[in-house]
Design a protein around this ligand. Structure first.
Ligand code: MTE
Ligand code: MO
Length: 532
């Protein structure tokens, strides 16, 4: 019974946990505000998230993308907040019992976040400051709130913790102990201040306003070589098939950036160096003054599962990369270009794919407008035929001409293949899974892609039957995807499995199922239909 009596009442732990949560919010707020000193990647939550993303093994990245798709960042952010909340509450409870133990936890977390901040590619000397200032602010808040904890509830025989009355001031050892309302008010105030500081700090530190203003006032030159209008009939004319031209707002977004890098075109420069006869640097005005070309290119992510939607088709405007490379003159030993973005991401693109005449672009526009910030404003790479992770560097600022046996790109060191040609793929989009399908003639339709080789045929199979030729929509070019449709005559009632396969000039896509790691998923997309 003595041990029981010595244990602090539950309500006190709950209040200490609340104080911890409030102090945690203050920590985040001070950190976010202080990130004005460092830029957004110094924000402790962003820094820890960024370090976590960089440490993500390929299976985990693949799982996250397959499970959450383009919401993976949101899920990471929520996970981070949940973990932090648990730790903050624990720090509050610990600190109430022994100040030092709670304080050690706060300092350790601040230290870890500071360390994470120093690993960010754009980290300067001030990088650890926001995390450390945040931890300091958190300690102060915690101390202040714990000093306002209400008097420990009395143990009335049957009344429980509140038996001494809900809002009484009390004295403990001659000291005036604040009442519960004072404590709650202080806790709410600290929490609110933390939230406001976070919102304000994030908005200011991101620099988003400046870049958005620069983007809004941009006037792009007309292309020296416009893309031919897509032939009529690229659309196969079946409702429910994804549009041939992906609306920019629906274009998938995949990158490691937890805050979208904000790059001012006025200060943007591209440096071309490495195994070259001479280094070349070009700025924004020079880029826009060059002869820009337009091309329709279908971009695909290596993490796209069979049947998945991490693929999109758009009209890009940009300077052919080969023209910049021609000025720099790569030496004969070079076989790769390592492109690098402002946020440290790198991609290894075979030199050949950038010089063989295909529309590999330093792109400045998508669908006739400046790139949206999340798609790489002001300049990104687009290379037909290669997955994005080895070619499509957004916010690009550097091209290092090098060799595959000398340098590794971001995803290569994380277990993905150094080269990533897009695998020929096809998917069924109509009927949708679970759609109401009646016996009789059934229209089956979808999209296929084989970038830079071209889709030459699509075939559909019902159960284990023979492969049957689908009708192809008009061809928008070898670098774009192609829609198809097939009429399933007299579909009999019952459960059936439809499979699809695309052909390129080298033959049919492989039937061998493979996951995305290390060089892209393969196998047939299938659809189970219940014909009624
Ligand atoms: N800077 C940067 N560029 C990047 C990435 C990245 O993580 N960082 N991801 C690449 C990957 S994996 C893909 S699939 C494409 C996606 O381009 P999108 O987001 O415009 O669709 O961008 C590529 N460019
Ligand atoms: Mo990707």
């Amino acid at each position: 019974m003595r041990a029981l009596a010595a244990r602090p009442p539950r309500g006190d732990d709950a209040r200490a946990a609340a104080a911890g949560l409030a102090a945690g919010t203050a920590t985040v707020g001070v950190g976010a505000l202080a990130a004005v000193l460092t830029g957004p990647t110094g924000d402790p939550l962003v820094a820890v998230g960024g370090a976590f993303v960089d440490a993500t093994p390929p299976w985990l990245k693949d799982w996250a993308v397959a499970t959450f798709g383009t919401a993976d960042k949101l899920v990471l952010g929520i996970g981070e907040v949940v973990v932090l909340a648990v730790l903050a509450a624990a720090a509050g409870v610990l600190a109430r019992r022994r100040w030092a133990s709670g304080a050690v936890l706060v300092v350790a977390l601040g230290g870890l976040a500071a360390l994470a901040a120093t690993t960010r590619p754009d980290a300067g000397v001030l990088a650890p400051a926001p995390a450390l200032l945040g931890a300091g602010g958190g300690l102060l808040a915690l101390r202040t709130l714990l000093a306002r904890l209400p008097a420990p509830a009395r143990r009335a025989p049957a009344g429980g913790p509140e038996a001494s009355g809900p809002d009484r001031s009390d004295t403990a050892g001659g000291r005036v102990v604040p009442d519960r309302r004072t404590f709650l008010r202080a806790t709410a105030l600290v929490t609110a201040a933390g939230v406001v500081a976070t919102v304000v700090g994030r908005a200011v530190a991101s620099g988003a306003r400046g870049a958005a203003a620069a983007r809004a006032s941009l006037r792009l030159p007309p292309p020296a070589r416009p893309a031919p209008p897509p032939p009529s009939g690229v659309d196969v004319g079946v409702a429910g098939v994804e549009p041939w031209a992906t609306p920019v707002a629906d274009f998938y977004r995949i990158d490691t950036a937890l805050v979208v890098p904000q790059v001012d075109p006025a200060t943007w420069r591209l440096r071309v160096h490495g195994l070259v006869e001479r280094e070349v640097e070009i700025g924004w005005d020079e880029l826009l003054a060059a002869d820009l070309v337009e091309a329709w290119v279908t971009l695909a992510c290596v993490s796209n599962p069979v049947g998945g939607d991490l693929v999109g088709n758009q009209r890009w405007l940009g300077l052919p990369v080969r023209e910049v490379l021609a000025r720099a003159m790569p030496t004969t030993e070079a076989d790769m270009v390592l492109s690098r973005s402002v946020d440290g991401f790198t991609a290894s693109t075979p030199l050949e794919a950038l010089t063989d005449g295909r529309d590999a672009l330093l792109a400045v526009a998508m669908d006739g407008a400046p790139l949206p910030p999340e798609h790489g404003f002001p300049v990104r790479l687009v290379v037909p035929g290669l997955y994005g992770y080895v070619s499509a560097t957004k916010w690009v600022t550097e091209l290092e001409v090098t060799r595959f046996d000398r340098a590794d790109a971001y995803w290569t060191v994380r277990g993905w293949s150094p080269r990533g040609p897009v695998k020929t793929q096809s998917r069924i989009e109509v009927p949708r899974p679970g759609a109401d399908v009646r016996a009789g003639d059934v229209v089956v339709a979808g999209t296929a892609w084989a970038q830079h080789r071209g889709v030459t045929q699509v075939q559909v199979r019902v159960d284990d039957g023979p492969w049957q030729d689908a009708d192809l929509a008009a061809d928008g070019g070898v670098d774009t995807w192609r829609q198809w449709r097939w009429r399933w005559p007299d579909a009999p009632a019952g459960r059936h499995v439809l499979s699809v396969r695309a052909w390129d000039p080298d033959g049919p896509q492989t039937a061998v199922p493979a996951g995305a790691v290390p060089d892209g998923a393969s196998g047939y997309d299938t659809l189970v239909v219940e014909v009624a």
